[in-house]
Design a binder for this molecule. Structure first.
Ligand SMILES: C[S@@+](CC[C@H](N)C(=O)[O-])C[C@H]1O[C@@H](n2cnc3c(N)ncnc32)[C@H](O)[C@@H]1O
Length: 357
């Protein structure tokens, strides 16, 4: 090794040491941020002047010793500002705008909760690395709740304002059409649509009993919205719907081709399909520079790919990408597939297509 390459190697190694330290600190802080969200500490501190740990813990009705340690971790992590003379802590408004419930879809504390949730199945994942297979849904006890919290925020902000306007059937929704959401989870999307379009009828399908029970409870006052526990790969609905939607519900299917074929079959001739899937390329090299790509492949390994493999499925993965998604949608028979997006949902691609007339 030349002198120059030795020093290059030292610089590289030092830089990587820095990167590793920030990964360790980021991992640690992700637990603290998740706790800050769950305990409501960020919301309590939002808009408040600098305060002591005693004052903050009293307002939040939490144990002072734990709150003080949490405040210390977040101050060292640059998330809070600390005044050592006054012994106070302050959440700057610029940070509060990305960490509090009032921030809606900008609240990054919500998707971040996936990290501690997925930490709970780490041993199961290590096991399938060694032995193959997958980890089934019932090993992720809080998945439906967290998925609902993540998606609901987005639906509230985008569904009526930005998604309905890109649908080919936006005018018909007011007149009265039949709509299905496949893999509907806890059902918020259909409840929002059902309340906004009382002349249309909405049916949500999901195999999660917990998800469907939550959806049914939410739809109790909406006579035009119903939910059914059903396997998306065996829906057997023939030409019943004018519009079918799937929100992040194809890539983690065990049998995505069968599901897409079933969706084609359940549409009336000329009916529309909106397929919303994580925004990615099918080519890894094209994702390398994407800011959230490490998160996407991690979520895939820890959940999306793995639940599919648990049921003997294809294991497409979260980043199956727009090229593969287009092939699958078109193989199911759909025509004129348009790939678009909406302003306040930068993490998903929106595929709009139609069944032939
Ligand atoms: C990533 S979640 C998305 C949920 C919801 N669409 C949303 O955006 O919040 C995927 C959903 O697909 C459901 N799912 C997966 N495989 C299914 C199958 N074979 N039949 C019905 N639902 C299924 C899961 O239970 C889960 O609720």
């Amino acid at each position: 090794m030349t002198e120059l390459s030795l020093s290059d190697s030292k610089i590289k190694s030092k830089a990587f040491m820095g990167q590793m330290i920030s990964i360790i600190n980021g991992g640690a802080l992700s637990l603290m941020i998740s706790i800050g969200h769950k305990t409501g500490l960020f919301d309590i501190m939002d808009g408040s002047p600098p305060a002591t740990s005693d004052e903050i813990s009293k307002s939040a009705k939490l144990d002072e010793r734990y709150v003080r340690e949490w405040l210390s971790a977040l101050s060292c992590g640059g998330i809070l500002e600390h005044d050592s003379t006054a012994e106070t802590f302050f959440l700057p408004p610029e940070h509060a705008g990305l960490l509090t419930r009032r921030s809606g879809p900008l609240n990054l504390a919500i998707p971040l909760q996936m990290i501690p949730l997925l930490g709970e199945v780490e041993e199961d994942i290590v096991d399938v690395f060694k032995n193959g297979g997958g980890v089934p849904y019932d090993r992720y006890p809080r998945f439906q709740e967290l998925m609902a919290e993540t998606s609901n925020n987005r639906f509230e902000r985008t569904l009526l304002q930005q998604i309905v306007p890109i649908l080919p059937v936006q005018d018909e929704l007011s007149i009265g059409i039949d709509v299905a959401d496949v893999g509907c989870g806890s059902g918020r999307a259909l409840c929002i649509l059902g309340a906004a379009f009382p002349n249309s009828r909405f049916v949500g399908f999901d195999m999660s009993i917990k998800g469907i029970e939550a959806a049914q409870a939410e739809a109790a006052s909406l006579p035009n919205v119903t939910f059914e526990v059903a396997d998306a790969s065996a829906l057997n609905q023939h030409e019943r719907f004018d519009l079918v939607t799937t929100f992040d519900a194809i890539h983690d299917q065990a049998q995505p081709e069968q599901v897409l074929a079933g969706i084609y079959e359940m549409l009336k001739p000329g009916g529309s399909y909106l397929c919303v899937e994580p925004k990615a390329s099918s080519v890894l090299a094209e994702n390398l520079a994407e800011p959230m790509a490490p998160y996407m492949y991690t979520i895939s390994t820890m959940h999306c790919m793995t639940v599919s493999l648990a049921y003997g499925g294809e294991g497409l993965g979260t980043a199956w990408g727009h090229q593969t998604a287009t092939q699958y949608i078109s193989r199911a028979g759909f025509e004129n597939i348009e790939i678009t997006g909406v302003k306040d949902d930068r993490s998903n691609s929106y595929f709009i297509s139609r069944r032939a007339k």
